[in-house]
Design a protein around this ligand. Sequence first.
Ligand code: SF4
Ligand code: SF4
Length: 456
Amino acid sequence: MTGNDYYMDCGGNQTIVNRSGTGRDDLLLEIRRNGVAGAGGGGFPTHVKLNCRVDTVIANGAECEPLLWKDKTLMAQHPDIIIRGLMIAMEITGSGTGIIGLKKKATQAVDALSGHIQKPIRLHLLDDTYPSGDEFVLTYETTGRVPPPGGLPLDVGVVMLNVETLFWIGSSRPVTHKWVTVAGAVPAPKTLVVPIGYPVRAALAACGWEPDQGTRVLEGGVMMGRLLPDLDGPITKITNGLIVLPRDHHLIQRYERPRRTVSRIARSACDQCNFCTQLCPRYLLGHPVEPHLAMRHIAMAPENSLPPTGSLYCCGCMLCSLWSCPEDLDPGAITFDYRRILSENKTSTRLKAREPHLLYRYRRPTLSGLKRRLGLACYADAAFPVEHLTHETVSIPLKQHAGIPAEPVVSPGDRVKMGAIIGDIPDGGMGASVHASIDGVVQAVSSRITIQGDNR
Ligand code: SF4
Ligand code: SF4
């Protein structure tokens, strides 16, 4: 069986529910053994997240970062497996309602899912706005409930999982592969399906990218991603997108701006117009996030005084910096920094939610407007072709998730099969196990496990 056969066989021939007699603890154990962690970018171990009781499970297929299409494509191609995963999550949590939140514009995914859903699961179609995939925003959009500041969707009876996470739950297989969109300044944007540990550089090359073209790469997305310092790193369980942009692109220059410079400009240029707060999605939900107060604090407060506590409830969506501020300042970076400082000072975090703002519905930017503002309108943004790839060598990090790193259970020279466990979490530890993503021989074990494939 080749890597692609293995991948494509992930439950594709099973019926939606074939688990009679499988208990809740067994299901959680299977998810733990399979190393499932939040594929939307958080990497939170899924067996821990699902160990709760709620009335609603939400499948997050909103995928609101510009240019990303991997979730929409996955829903279009494997609706049955995602729905099976959702039903398992509902069974574990005792939930009576399942909701799949996705955008109206993802028409292929909507059609594919519509052919498979049955009560008590329903689709919730979203407008093409940002940040519709934020878990608080999506909870409100789909249920009308607002998680409290400093809390979780769990506080209002909801668990939310990314659709790729649900795909792996539904497949009942170890997490060995990743769906990744490669887009932006590449000749042939694609959604790739690659073994975990696949080199980033090879993924870019598969889309026609060539080195020395004066480009930089954002991992995750242009709004909430990070500038990749090293293209020789691997694709992990939480790599969703690789967005290539010219080195002189406005966004790249912003990402490269030293934090010292961000603070200096903030001190001198903010005119306290308050737009950043008025358009902040968490503020509009009734949370006390007020980035203009963070900007005022950095300009005027005595050194070493604690920042405004509302910064604690910033989700880091960067809308204030990349959309709202007419002065092109970076209140999101300042607010998010303050969130870290406040968290380190253990400032109390949980508050009571207020009512959402009356103008909530009218203050959400459309993706098309956001792309124009960001200088991304010239790049393809559509259901990209899907390509399954493998590689002769993979380098699999032992930590791709929230919590502690997995401990290696293989040594150099060991022969492994795809799906075999190569790193495990000790009993009582929080994390996710990791598995071989190709057949081959273990070459090296450090913070990553390198496997030389049999088909080199
Ligand atoms: S939008 Fe910009 S200029 Fe206005 S208060 Fe916020 S950071 Fe200052
Ligand atoms: S990054 Fe800015 S817009 Fe987003 S939640 Fe934080 S303060 Fe609000």
